[in-house]
Design a binder for this molecule. Structure first.
Ligand SMILES: O=P(O)(O)OC[C@H]1O[C@](O)(COP(=O)(O)O)[C@@H](O)[C@@H]1O
Length: 406
């Protein structure tokens, strides 16, 4: 028997299943687009039992799936056809590469429990025992993003939720990236969906003369109205990158047969009303009166929409946000918990470009000027009509914020 301190499995180096071309402009990425696997090779490599299923229906559906994969528009093709800047496309190519690697790490049996993950060698001391401590996969994800963005050559500064201070990368990088590398990781040992969040700004050339720490900090504290693009990647039953470049919000699903993110949800419009609220309502007795009244009202079907609302709460922001974007309703965390720079700004940008709203309960998120990198605030996002109704209750920000244990 193995001693309990020994890993059950020896973790191999992080997967490099998704290769990354070392070229640096959009047209060369597009020329290297991989071919989808043929239907026979995909069926034998993915699920051996499928090879025994030879009905005509299966054959035609797998060949039409292959045909669909060949014609589907990839994220980089989408950027090219929308006249994207080359340097932004190179940056996005590196971001999607990083997220494919994080998707592999999150799903890997070799990173399947904290004990094994610690043994896998992140090069850092074991951590992740406290509620808000970073989990090993937070650190792995952070390292993946850091190294991928460094090699893009396009990023001047990277500010990560996992790092105390932003990292200055290169003086001539045109962009500033803010990120939460792996949100929702506190539930990762139960295989709950998780996500990565990004915001992209232009480097402020007028700050170039300042000392490195100062310009790194100030570049990272830009208001959400200056975002050039924002995205999240959801690691769930599908791996989905939802992105906006300031004109619509679009979702791309990772096709594992080609390794490409392909356009599956163009121009997402959040329904103007949903029938779902998403909040940790174990906190009900710490909520202010306005928020309690709102939730009590919509639960009973006595709100502006005369139907009883349902509750959905995964406790993983990207997953709760993605569901809200697709089905409508409101997603919220009314206490000072989520971060303006890494979470609230990018997600509010995405919901606004889908026709919804992001607010701290009083003010539009994107117009709040960040004063600290790790600044926290109450966050409410969702369908326009639901948001207006919720905010009309006035007193919805939770001021009591005890150290919750789970
Ligand atoms: O404990 P609460 O208030 O329900 O907060 C849960 C929220 O915190 C998060 O886990 C983010 O918190 P961390 O950034 O500390 O991981 C979200 O994914 C989730 O929506």
């Amino acid at each position: 028997m193995q001693s309990s301190s020994q890993p059950l499995l020896t973790a191999p180096p992080l997967s490099n299943r998704y290769s990354f071309p070392a070229t640096a402009n959009l047209s060369s990425f597009l020329r290297r687009r991989p071919k989808p696997l043929s239907s026979s090779s995909s069926s034998s490599s993915l699920t051996p039992t499928r090879s025994t299923m030879s009905s005509a229906t299966n054959t035609s559906s797998s060949s039409s799936t292959t045909a669909a994969a060949a014609t589907a528009q990839t994220l980089l093709e989408f950027m090219s056809s929308n006249g994207s800047r080359d340097d932004l496309a190179v940056l996005v190519a590196h971001l999607q590469y990083a997220c494919k690697r994080i998707a592999c790490a999150v799903a890997s049996p070799f990173f399947g429990s904290s004990a094994v993950r610690n043994a896998a060698g992140t090069g850092r001391p074991s951590s992740g025992s406290g509620r808000d401590d970073p989990k090993p996969l937070d650190l792995v994800s952070n390292d993946i993003i850091l190294s991928s963005l460094r090699s893009s050559g396009k990023v001047a500064v990277l500010a990560s939720e996992e790092d105390e201070v932003p990292v200055w990368m290169t003086d001539h990088g045109p962009f500033v990236v803010v990120t939460d590398p792996l949100d929702g990781s506190r539930n990762i040992d139960a295989s709950i969906p998780t996500g990565t969040i990004f915001g992209i700004y232009n480097r402020l050339a007028e700050l170039d003369h300042l000392p490195v720490e100062e310009k790194a900090q100030l570049n990272s504290l830009q208001s959400g109205t200056s975002l050039v693009a924002a995205a999240y990647v959801l690691y769930s039953s599908a791996t989905i990158m939802c992105i906006s470049f300031g004109s619509g919000t679009h979702a791309f699903t990772l096709d594992h047969s080609t390794g490409e993110f392909v356009l599956t949800h163009p121009c997402i419009q959040i329904p103007p009303r949903g029938q779902i609220y998403s909040v940790n309502d174990a906190r009900y007795f710490d909520w202010p009166d306005g928020l309690r009244r709102y939730i009590d009202t919509v639960r009973q079907g006595k709100g502006q929409l005369p139907k009883k609302y349902s509750a959905r709460y995964i406790c993983s922001l990207v997953a709760d946000f993605h569901r809200t974007l697709i089905y409508g309703g409101v997603v919220m965390n009314p206490r000072d918990h989520l971060r303006l720079v890494y979470e609230a700004n990018p997600l509010s940008y995405l919901v606004e470009h889908a026709g919804g709203r992001g607010s701290d309960g009083k003010t539009r998120i994107l117009s709040i000027q960040p004063v600290k990198l790790h600044q926290r605030l109450p966050l409410f996002m969702g369908s326009l009509e639901d948001m207006h109704e919720l905010e009309s209750y006035d007193n919805i920000q939770q001021k009591v914020n005890p150290g919750y244990e789970v």
